[in-house]
Design a protein around this ligand. Structure first.
Ligand SMILES: [Fe+2]
Ligand SMILES: [Fe+2]
Length: 472
């Protein structure tokens, strides 16, 4: 593997020193990135030492170096998974051809759009989360927030590398635009809806990590199958970092559930709000909200765009090469959800146009595994309550369910029933105000907010009361 020169301005394993044109483009972009980071990155902690993981190479020893770093000095770099010798395109019309090392001219525009759409989510989430530091439930959680933030910053670098290295002048313009859009700004919003929502509190943030960032994992996994080899290798390395983001969401919600259970047992009541924690009904409402807005990110059930990306060899299925079929799907079918009158039904559709729905199915199964683990926490406390994912038709804004009203348990309902009951299903202003009332910074090492249990163990073998962020 290519070595990493710590003296280089941009750590990389893409031989940047040999490619002067690219080096110049990235060195010109770097100060603008840092300006964006200072303006839109974590608010108030830029001068603090944070115990962070930095990737200095892609091998087992180098991809996770831990140490104190001030965030603006984080070594954002460009790392691609090692090339697979002789890698081929594994699906679509070009199946069996050697993987592309350069952008195929006919697909240039489509490929650039795919990269820009993915790239836009990375800085967007940093912007959404920038105010959370001051209300952290612990130093441990504060450190995890910043770890996710700097890695989303690195993911932006990863996409900008592809744009600058392979798309010439257009690519450089797109790289600039990625720093100019702003989450939630009506004049220059981020591209995807969920990335313009607010992340007002830590419950929302942890739900975001669990549900919305997991959409990112599935998009990256599909792009990791791409016939465009630099994109595939970039996404494969990003996925190693993404695992930690999933961990933050799943264990974070798990620790909230744990604390709620403890207080329910201690006080013999479901109403733990009185005891300064988040009741299960509220947790369920937040699940319903974040799951439904994240399901929209997968797009329409029937999509010719998705079919084209696949046929062109640009974006595969989740774990494409593990699937035992012809990887062309011209004659295959897939079961897609639909609404018939007031019943939710399934219908067979051509597999190619159903690829969004298929990826959504993989995603839902993955989410369910996390919910099942939360329910084990409930069971271990002898509490007779099950958290669940809402039906995929619930509260949707995109696809066949967008025009319908569907209850969380999957019944098509009237507008009147929706109006009467949606406050039972989605967080209300009162719920959000209550959650907000619990948010204040807990920053003594080893101390945790009352509404959240400590983690099972610390980061990188450190104790739970380690000083993960030096605030002094
Ligand atoms: Fe990311
Ligand atoms: Fe992420």
């Amino acid at each position: 593997m290519a070595g990493i020169d710590y003296l280089e301005r941009i750590p990389n394993n893409v031989d940047l020193a040999e490619n002067r044109r690219l080096q110049r483009a990235l060195e010109e972009w770097q100060p603008k990135f840092l300006e964006w980071w200072r303006d839109m990155g974590p608010d108030g902690f830029q001068a603090k030492d944070v115990y962070l993981r930095t990737a200095v190479s892609v091998d087992a020893q180098g991809w996770a170096k831990f140490g104190y770093v001030k965030m603006p000095e984080y070594r954002w770099g460009i790392f691609l998974a090692e090339p697979e010798p002789g890698r081929q395109i594994n699906f679509g019309d070009h199946k069996g051809d050697p993987a592309w090392q350069e952008v195929p001219g006919e697909y240039r525009g489509v490929l650039r759009r795919l990269i820009v759409t993915q790239g836009d989510t990375e800085p967007a989430s940093v912007e959404q989360q920038r105010h959370l530091g001051s209300t952290c439930p612990s130093l441990y959680d504060l450190r995890n927030l910043f770890q996710v933030n700097v890695e989303e910053g690195r993911h932006l670098w990863a996409m900008v590398y592809l744009l600058d290295a392979y798309f010439g002048r257009d690519g450089r313009e797109e790289s600039e635009a990625l720093l100019q859009r702003r989450s939630g700004d009506p004049d220059k919003p981020r591209i995807l809806g969920a990335f313009n929502e607010k992340t007002p509190d830590w419950l929302s943030y942890l739900m975001f990590c669990f549900f919305t960032d997991r959409d990112g994992k599935y998009q990256l996994a599909s792009l990791a199958e791409s016939g465009f080899d630099p994109l595939s290798r970039t996404c494969r390395f990003m996925l190693t970092e993404e695992a930690h983001h999933m961990f933050v969401g799943e264990t974070g919600i798990g620790r909230i559930v744990q604390r709620t259970c403890e207080l329910m047992k201690e006080h013999g009541t479901d109403d733990v709000r009185r005891h300064g924690a988040i009741d299960l009904a509220t947790i369920q409402k937040y699940i319903n909200f974040h799951c439904s807005v994240s399901l929209d990110l997968f797009g329409s059930e029937i999509s010719t765009n998705a079919a084209n990306f696949y046929t062109m060899g640009l974006k595969g299925r989740f774990e494409e090469t593990k699937k035992a079929d012809d990887h062309r799907l011209k004659d295959a079918t897939y079961l897609v959800n639909e609404l018939v009158g007031d019943a939710v039904a399934t219908r067979e559709e051509p597999a190619l146009v159903s690829l969004n729905e298929r990826l959504r199915d993989d995603y839902v199964a993955d989410c369910q595994r996390g919910v099942t683990r939360w329910n084990q926490v409930l069971r271990s406390h002898g509490i007779d309550f099950e958290l669940s994912l809402p039906h995929r038709g619930f509260h949707r804004a995109i696809g066949v369910f967008a025009e319908a009203r569907v209850s969380p348990d999957g019944r098509a309902i009237s507008q009147a029933e929706w109006d009467a009951r949606h406050r039972e299903w989605l967080p209300t202003e009162e719920d959000r105000a209550f959650v907000a009332s619990l948010m204040y910074g807990v920053t003594a090492p080893g101390k945790f907010a009352n509404w959240m249990a400590p983690p099972a163990r610390g980061i990188n073998g450190q104790p739970i009361d380690f000083e993960y962020v030096r605030l002094a």
